[in-house]
Design a protein. Structure first.
Length: 287
């Protein structure tokens, strides 16, 4: 049982989490086994911030299903979406944001049309398939998503996922070409993602600063993830939880200190990881 009640602790906590293979099972995308922990976080007023390569369309639906009213981070940190009620309660200035479908959002870095123009040029020299080259049926085949979910996954604003078919050495050259245009390629769970020089950690820092300004005190932070594009986010928080890959292996980085390793991938391991991270924070306060 999670105990994060504000009466039993002297600090606020914020939880950031990746989705595929982390909160969501890798094969069936189920979050059912994580619901007891999610319900406890909500009951205790602990913000749960979803941080993913997924699109706003995908994540808005998931937030509705999970009854999450906190901000969420889409497309690997390139897009932050903040519900209107949350923005009002935090008193956030919206001069640099745009409003759409009941929420404020802003894009960090390049927008997708700019990215696609460059990729059209690079495709003459490198072998890859981007979402812009795929039909909904193709995305279904690659991801196992339903047709409706695949259509949502294709509604991108600031990144382009792609499947890399070329040599590893060619990928290095490809990345060098992107860098000349202030873009980069990041490896995710299933795809490589072409995007601007922003990432999940930029969004995490922004939201942590916003929560700390609102609370008037430093918050304790937890992040969970399983892929290389989660690593920099995990380094930004007080307690990182590394999720295993489907084959049971874990990513490793010498700079990631005192991480907790969840016992299994997906929702069941996520619940155990959250509970262990919260206990670690409590132990740190008591030490």
């Amino acid at each position: 049982m999670i105990s994060t009640d504000s009466h039993s602790r002297a600090y606020h906590t914020v939880v950031f989490t990746d989705l595929d293979g982390t909160l969501l099972n890798h094969d069936d995308y189920s979050y059912k086994a994580a619901m007891p922990a999610i319900d406890e976080l909500r009951a205790n007023g602990t913000p749960l911030i979803l941080v993913s390569s997924k699109t706003r369309a995908e994540m808005a639906q998931l937030c509705a299903e999970l009854v999450i009213t906190d901000p969420y981070v889409c497309e690997n940190g390139s897009l932050i979406v903040m519900p209107e009620a949350w923005v009002k309660s935090f008193g956030i200035a919206t001069d640099s944001f745009t409003f759409s479908d009941g929420a404020w959002q802003f894009v960090q870095g390049a927008k997708r049309p700019q990215i696609l123009m460059l990729l059209a040029e690079l495709k003459r020299h490198y072998d890859f398939t981007g979402f812009a080259d795929m039909s909904v049926a193709n995305v279904v085949d690659c991801t196992g998503l339903s047709e409706a979910a695949a259509a949502q996954a294709m509604q991108r604003l600031a990144t382009e996922p792609l499947l890399w078919h070329d040599k590893e050495s060619a990928l290095i050259e490809f990345a060098q070409q992107l860098s000349k245009h202030n873009l980069r390629v990041v490896k995710g769970g299933r795809f490589y993602h072409v995007m601007a020089h922003c990432d999940k950690s930029d969004a995490v820092r922004y939201l942590l600063n916003t929560y700390e300004s609102h609370y008037g005190a430093k918050v304790k932070s937890i992040a969970l993830g399983d892929s290389p594009n989660d690593l920099i986010m995990l380094k930004e928080v007080d307690q990182a939880v590394v999720m295993p890959h489907k084959d049971g292996t874990y990513m490793h980085d010498d700079e990631l200190l005192n991480e907790i390793r969840a016992p299994q991938e997906g929702a069941r391991g996520w619940r155990a990881g959250v509970e262990a991270a919260l206990q670690a924070l409590r132990n740190g306060e008591e030490a």
